[in-house]
Write a protein that binds this ligand. Structure first.
Ligand SMILES: [Zn+2]
Length: 292
């Protein structure tokens, strides 16, 4: 679909928007006097073009990180990637609108699934591989003067703390932080049932973000979970990895039955407000003067 406008006027509109970093709504293709509406979001690298990027300077990058794994019977294998990508984008949009120069990198689609080795097509990325990927991304940012990085993690098996410590030594100019974004608010304020995989919270979020990829409710498993026989392993002070297929029949952990699109929308909206504020604050922060 297109409409006719003089090309010079459009080029001016495009360049003016690009220079001051505000949102670019239009890309121009005047070869046949038509305008292609371009929905590029200026804080999403995957949608950006060199025409725009070459003049930009960003203060912080966000690296969404997910996993590819079964999510009960009813949610897609890319659930964590969809959540990471869409929640990061929304939080970044809110920060961008306030004036933060932030860029969201493409989502890393594989995570640590060492405990799910017998679940068909759960794709494991070892932690030792993860740090190499992370290091390569950090090296680019460090070389190009983007000294702030937020890892936006959506998968419980991923744990970046030790990697951040190690990379911090190698790249002393970098400020690297990570969030399990879904923990930024108290989940019991939004959801009735607890759990940590394909449960009420995650099902609600997917019902909001990608309802077309969620099976109808009659197909949902109950996410019933076995506990360790050794009592202390069920307490937070003693940890061992769970063998997923021995713990849950449907691969879910936590009952999704009370999930709803409305709960997911309210949670996502509030949590991206909070994370967006943090992104804005980090973008403006002086990393040589972080303490008071
Ligand atoms: Zn998940």
């Amino acid at each position: 679909m297109g409409f006719f406008l003089p090309s010079a006027e459009l080029m001016k509109l495009y360049r003016t928007s690009a220079k001051d970093g505000t949102i670019i709504d239009h890309d121009i293709n005047c070869g046949n006097n038509t305008v292609n509406t371009n929905k590029m979001r200026p804080y999403i690298l995957a949608e950006s073009n060199w025409n725009y990027i070459k003049d930009m300077k960003f203060d912080m990058a966000i690296l969404p990180w997910g996993a590819t794994e079964a999510h009960n019977y009813h949610l897609p294998y890319a659930s964590d990637n969809i959540e990471a990508e869409m929640a990061a984008a929304e939080a970044a949009r809110k920060a961008w609108d306030k004036g933060a120069k932030v860029i969201v990198l493409p989502t890393v689609p594989f995570g640590v699934n060492t405990g799910q080795s017998d679940i068909y097509l759960d794709i494991n990325l070892n932690p030792s591989t993860q740090i190499l990927i992370l290091q390569d991304v950090v090296e680019v940012l460090n070389r190009q003067g983007i000294y702030k990085l937020m890892i936006f993690n959506s998968h419980g098996g991923n744990d970046f703390k030790q990697m951040i410590r190690e990379l911090g030594l190698k790249f002393p100019k970098m400020f690297i932080c990570s969030t399990n974004w879904f923990t930024a608010l108290n989940r019991s304020d939004y959801f009735d049932n607890s759990g940590d995989h394909a449960e009420e919270m995650e099902t609600s979020v997917l019902l909001h973000l990608k309802p077309e990829l969620v099976l109808p409710k009659e197909k949902w498993g109950d996410g019933k979970t076995k506990k360790f026989k050794v009592k202390a392993l069920n307490e937070s002070w003693l940890w061992a990895e769970r063998k997923w297929s021995s713990v849950s029949k449907d691969t879910g952990i936590g009952n999704p039955e009370l999930a709803s699109k409305e709960k997911g929308e309210r949670f996502l909206n509030d949590i991206t407000d909070k994370i967006g504020d943090a992104i804005y604050e980090l973008c403006k922060a002086d990393i040589d003067d972080l303490y008071e």
